[in-house]
Design a protein around this ligand. Structure first.
Ligand SMILES: *[C@@H]1O[C@H](CO)[C@@H](O)[C@H](O)[C@H]1NC(C)=O
Ligand SMILES: [Cu+2]
Length: 163
C-alpha cells in the first residue's frame, strides 16, 4: 500500500500548492470593450478589485486622447494644466499598479475630463487579498487544504481501484 500512500501525499502536496498560490496578476482594460474613449463608462471600476501587481491597459486612438495621472485636487477640478504625475500617449499604454493606494487618471485632451474621461483607482496590498472563506489561522487553512486534498486523493484512489 506504499504506492497508495505516495499517491495521497502527492495529491495533498499539489492541492496545497494550488490553494496557497497567490492569485496571478490581472490586466484590466480600462473601459472594457468601450476602451478609453468619450464613452468611458463612469462605473467601470465598480465591483473590480485592484491589487498590487495588477495593471491597467489603456486602449484609444492616440490622435484623439491621452492618459494623464494627476493629484486628487487636479482630478476634482479636471485641471490638466497642473503638475501631471505621469503622461502616456501611445494609444496602447500599460500602467502597472505597483503600489497600494489611490491614483487618479484623466484624459488631458480638450474638455474630455469634464465630459467624464476620468477615474480613481484604489489598489489594495496583495497580502490583503483574502481567500473566499477567511481561515482563523494559516495553520488551520493549511490543514484544511491538506484534508481536502486527502479526501480528493482518496476519491481518486478509490476510482483508480475500481478500474
Ligand atoms: C491647475 O494647476 C496649476 C498647478 O498646480 C495651478 O497653477 C492652476 O492654477 C490650476 N488651475 C486651476 C483652474 O485650478
Ligand atoms: Cu480624451
Amino acid at each position: 500500500m506504499a504506492y497508495r500512500q505516495m499517491l495521497l501525499l502527492a495529491a495533498a502536496a499539489i492541492a496545497a500548492a494550488v490553494l496557497l498560490a497567490p492569485a496571478s496578476a490581472e490586466v484590466f482594460t480600462v473601459g472594457d470593450a468601450a476602451g478609453w474613449t468619450l464613452k468611458y463608462p463612469a462605473v467601470w471600476t465598480d465591483g473590480k478589485a485592484f491589487v498590487v501587481g495588477d495593471s491597467l491597459m489603456f486602449m484609444y486612438p492616440s490622435d484623439k486622447h491621452n492618459v494623464m495621472e494627476v493629484t486628487g485636487t487636479d482630478f476634482k477640478a479636471c485641471n490638466v494644466t497642473g503638475n501631471a504625475l505621469g503622461t502616456w500617449n501611445s494609444g496602447s499604454d500599460t500602467v502597472p499598479l505597483a503600489k497600494a493606494g489611490r491614483r487618479w487618471f484623466v484624459c488631458g485632451v480638450g474638455n474630455h475630463c469634464a465630459q467624464g474621461m476620468k477615474f480613481l483607482v484604489v489598489t489594495a496590498d496583495s497580502s490583503a487579498q483574502a481567500p473566499a472563506a477567511p481561515p482563523s489561522s494559516l495553520a488551520s487553512f493549511v490543514s484544511g487544504a491538506v484534508s481536502q486534498a486527502m479526501a480528493a486523493a482518496g476519491a481518486v484512489a478509490a476510482a483508480a481501484l475500481m478500474f
